[in-house]
Design a protein around this ligand. Structure first.
Ligand SMILES: NC(=O)c1ccc[n+]([C@@H]2O[C@H](COP(=O)([O-])OP(=O)(O)OC[C@H]3O[C@@H](n4cnc5c(N)ncnc54)[C@H](OP(=O)(O)O)[C@@H]3O)[C@@H](O)[C@H]2O)c1
Length: 230
């Protein structure tokens, strides 16, 4: 049975991925600081299929270790890590950003993903493995007032590139990919509409015209493209 670790499963894209990965017959391990009541119930009722590891990605001392990740693996099969958790705040011009929020953005969006990857690769030794980074269009083009988020996402993309180069020589194989989900109707978009930035009208318009895709449809596409059973 394949084991799929997903960060940030309490809402948005992560919650949709969590649901669909279980429905696909895989073991799922949620990593995050909060879980839904339904997720807590599933972990209690079906421990072979669902586990939850409590960790605040803003505090790297709470991240699961390699041994803790390994203890959550199904006895055999591919092991997968999906870096989904993220925060878009702080949004604002450089010079105005609250230092603690700026540092927290890099910790959640980049440092924790790197540390978790490091632990996961060690834990996955001898097992076929896959790591997927949920990126953003902001990693590839500058959006004024999104400096922290954009820099962290671009850093994650480049970390994934280096990891992919290392993975080429790994036996058994490890696949590393970065995926841009595109805009989605989640709390992150609501946070953007509540912020001030030059391109804000575009995002308000997408919401008003009902053009923000449902995260469930985005999760379905990501899993079809990156987690097929072949
Ligand atoms: N929404 C978009 O339009 C869009 C576009 C491009 C890329 N993305 C990317 O897609 C991914 C999912 O975004 P989303 O829109 O689904 O976001 P969301 O609805 O805001 O959900 C974010 C998830 O990350 C978790 N998280 C945040 N801070 C955390 C922390 N310190 N420790 C542990 N978990 C934490 C949240 O958990 P809590 O409930 O505990 O806060 C939540 O489960 C992100 O990587 C985002 O950058 C989103």
């Amino acid at each position: 049975m394949r084991t799929v670790f997903i960060t940030g499963v309490s809402r948005g894209l992560g919650a949709a991925l969590f649901e669909q990965v279980i429905a696909g017959g895989n073991r799922v391990v949620g990593i995050g600081r909060t879980f839904t009541g339904a997720q807590d119930d599933l972990a209690l009722q079906e421990p072979a299929r669902v586990a939850l590891l409590t960790s605040n990605l803003g505090d790297t001392s709470t991240l699961p270790t390699a041994a803790e990740l390994r203890a959550a693996f199904a006895p055999e099969g591919e092991v997968v890590l999906i870096h989904n958790a993220g925060v878009v705040t702080p949004v604002g011009p450089v010079g105005s950003l609250p230092p603690e929020e700026l540092a927290a953005s890099i910790t959640v969006n980049l440092t924790s993903a790197m540390l978790l990857s490091n632990a996961f690769v060690a834990a996955a030794s001898g097992r076929p493995a896959r790591i997927l980074f949920v990126s953003s269009g902001a990693a590839g083009r500058p959006i004024a007032h999104w400096s922290a988020y954009s820099a962290a996402k671009r850093g994650g993309d480049w970390f994934a590139e280096v990891l992919a180069a290392e993975a080429e020589r790994r036996e058994p194989p490890m696949v590393v990919a970065s995926v841009n989900p595109g805009v989605m109707d989640t709390d992150m978009q609501a946070a953007l509409r509540d912020s001030e930035f030059p391109a804000r009208d575009r995002y308000v318009g997408l919401h008003e015209r009902g053009e923000l895709p449902d995260p469930a449809s985005v999760a379905e596409r990501i899993l079809r493209e990156h987690l097929t059973n072949e």
